[in-house]
Design a binder for this molecule. Structure first.
Ligand SMILES: C[S@@+](CC[C@H](N)C(=O)[O-])C[C@H]1O[C@@H](n2cnc3c(N)ncnc32)[C@H](O)[C@@H]1O
Length: 200
């Protein structure tokens, strides 16, 4: 097990059973208002705190994560609804492709893309959204305590907003706070919480 795997395993143990992210809930409320239930890709799904809600609401979900243990935990969850349309794929979202989707959800995952790979990842993500589809997730700001770590991507506020050019930004909340990580480390967080709708 490498250092990243150890880190994420501890993370998954710490967040087990936590509720879905507010970004996902915001996107789901917007879909509900449109009477739209469809296919979602959950990038960096972990043990499924977001995927489980999508499945419970009747969405088909492709959960992608580089941690096979987290995906096994997701598949074994007792709160999976009967007949859940869940497919898991073990791999890096930097390398794997996915089908076009109504929703691409990426909660606290995209910053874990190496900066030199981010433009390609983002272009593929944008192209994978169906008309009127949504992105929900987080990016880290430049003042995040982990900024500058190898393999971590951060964005300035304007750069982050520019990623959504041509789309409708439905939520863009900037959070900057000193708090602890789920694994108990003190950290300065600088986060953009984002929901955006692709052109119809
Ligand atoms: C901070 S956790 C977030 C998990 C979950 N989305 C949540 O909101 O609690 C980041 C997740 O991304 C996964 N991950 C990290 N780098 C990845 C990559 N390159 N490709 C796929 N998954 C990755 C980790 O294994 C972990 O499950």
């Amino acid at each position: 097990m490498d250092a990243d795997e150890k880190r994420f395993r501890a993370y998954h143990a710490a967040v087990a059973g936590r509720p879905p992210r507010a970004t996902l809930l915001r996107a789901l409320a917007a879909f509900e208002a449109e009477n739209r239930v469809g296919f979602a890709v959950d990038l960096g799904a972990g043990e499924g705190r977001d995927a489980i809600v999508l499945l419970q609401l009747g969405w088909s979900v492709l959960a992608i994560d580089s941690d096979a243990t987290a995906l096994a935990r997701l598949r074994a969850r007792r709160d999976l609804p009967p007949g859940a349309r869940l497919v898991t794929r073990h791999g890096s979202f930097v390398d794997v492709s996915w089908p076009r989707a109504d929703l691409v959800n990426a909660s606290f995952a995209l910053p874990l893309c190496p900066p030199e790979r981010f433009p390609d990842l983002w272009a593929r993500l944008r192209a994978s959204l169906l008309p009127g589809g949504r992105f929900a997730g987080q990016l880290y700001g430049e003042r995040d305590g982990w900024a500058g770590r190898p393999g971590l991507t951060t964005h300035g506020r304007d750069t982050a907003r520019a990623l959504f050019a041509g789309w409708t930004i439905e939520m863009f909340e900037e959070e900057e706070t000193d708090a602890v990580t789920p694994r108990g480390e003190a950290k300065h967080w600088h986060i953009f919480h984002i929901v955006a709708r692709a052109a119809a």
